[in-house]
Design a protein around this ligand. Structure first.
Ligand SMILES: [Ca+2]
Length: 413
């Protein structure tokens, strides 16, 4: 059934919610038997003023880290999620469409606008390396049938980039795009309507890796991170478009691991569909002798995209530096690498490097080679890891109460 947005009901003189209304009915804070849930509801009521208008641009898969970011967005009282825009990345676009709509069905949020965008990068062709690994985008294969049947939710007509343009035009200076997949949709929106870059409240991107900092290696090649590598040309255009951009790179998200303690605290809310869904995916990582497997892939990336969402809401939990960044557009092993520079005029040259960025004394754009035009961006180089993880947890806990119906049985996928 179609749901509606969960609403925290508050006393007019207080930010503390009295109750939480959702498709599952209303839970009063003072009658809730779980002190932890009450605490979670209160801590979720953290926004002063109106909620942040957000578009989530994502290469979501069923229960991957993008899905966790979506659940957090839906569960957060301080977010007005205007829509989800899909881009080929982790998976083929058609699979992402089915998975997203299926997830929204389960969460009773079939009302949420979902738009399909680019089904492939601007230029990046799938070659031998992509066939071997990381290349599930633009495969145009058979769509896996969802375990719970095809979704009732429907895709909205029109291209994702058009939705981004129209929405930013409708709410100038108010919309933040949180982009947690390849940047193709955002680049297409900027190409069609360059002015919207300056009409955004913010653009927060999960992607890239700062090689001069800890955890700065790539995750698909030695130097490149997946999102920027899938569509380097789109990335280059987005970073140089003049939007108020914050980049949350792998250096930071790799520290935001999905831990056994996080899982246990979320499972305390196992009656909620959010906990059930996440347990389907994450539970096996923490079962029996495999408990707390730090090397488990998903353990490392479980909160990756969610951290960009938290950065959009709570930038004070992150340390940012302003740098020029460039994307390597060559077709060799450095393809998609994100270079960070603090560019200085020779006259102003100071010979120490800024924290986390390579100091360039000349404009890298004048160097020979296939690098892109530089763009000035706020790059996260640190975070209050415990606080960001807690933000993710309390929002997911709140979602256990406000989102969806409990699932009768688990259906492995
Ligand atoms: Ca993603």
């Amino acid at each position: 059934m179609a749901g509606f947005a969960p609403v925290l009901v508050r006393d007019s003189s207080s930010r503390v919610p009295l109750s939480c209304r959702s498709a599952r009915g209303e839970v009063r804070a003072d009658r809730c038997e779980s002190p932890e849930l009450v605490q979670a509801m209160r801590r979720c009521a953290m926004s002063e003023g109106s909620p942040s208008k957000i578009i989530l641009d994502t290469d979501i898969g069923y229960l991957n880290d993008d899905a966790i970011a979506l659940m957090i967005a839906l569960a957060s009282a301080d977010i007005e999620l205007l829509g989800v825009t899909l881009v080929a990345g982790n998976y083929d676009l058609q699979q992402e469409i089915v998975d997203t709509l299926s997830l929204l069905d389960v969460l009773d949020r079939a009302d949420l606008p979902v738009y399909a965008g680019a089904d492939r990068p601007l230029l990046h062709q799938r070659g031998d390396y992509e066939e071997l690994s990381w290349g599930k985008w633009a495969t145009f294969g058979e769509v896996n049938v969802p375990a719970r049947g095809y979704p009732q939710a429907e895709l909205r007509p029109g291209h994702a980039s058009k939705f981004i343009i129209d929405t930013v035009r409708k709410y100038p200076g108010q919309v933040t795009v949180v982009a947690v997949g390849p940047l193709t949709n955002v680049a297409l929106a900027f190409a069609q309507d360059p002015e919207i870059a300056s009409l955004l409240k913010g653009l927060v991107i999960m992607g890239g890796a700062v090689s001069s900092l800890e955890f700065g290696s790539g995750n698909v090649t030695p130097t490149a991170e997946f999102n920027l590598w899938v569509d380097p040309e789109a990335s280059a255009r987005v970073f140089s478009a003049g939007a108020p951009t914050r980049l949350v790179p792998l250096n930071v998200t790799r520290r935001l691991t999905y831990t056994a303690d996080f899982h246990e605290r979320l499972m305390d809310h196992h009656q909620g569909v959010v906990a059930q869904l996440i347990d389907e995916r994450m539970g096996p990582f923490f079962a029996g002798s495999q408990r707390d497997v730090g090397s488990a892939h998903f353990s490392n990336y479980g909160l990756c995209d969610a951290s960009a969402l938290i950065a959009a809401l709570k930038p004070g939990l992150f340390e940012f530096i302003e740098t020029n960044i460039q994307i390597d557009l060559s077709n060799g092993p450095a393809k998609g690498t994100c270079y960070c520079y603090v560019i200085r005029d020779l006259d102003d040259a100071v010979l120490e490097s800024a924290k986390g960025a390579t100091s360039g004394l000349i404009q890298p754009s004048v160097l020979p080679g296939a690098v892109s035009r530089p763009g000035r961006v706020q790059v996260a180089i640190g975070a209050d890891v415990a606080a960001v993880r807690e933000q993710c947890l309390i929002r997911l806990q709140a979602g256990c109460t406000t989102l969806g119906q409990p699932i009768d049985r688990k259906v492995p996928r």
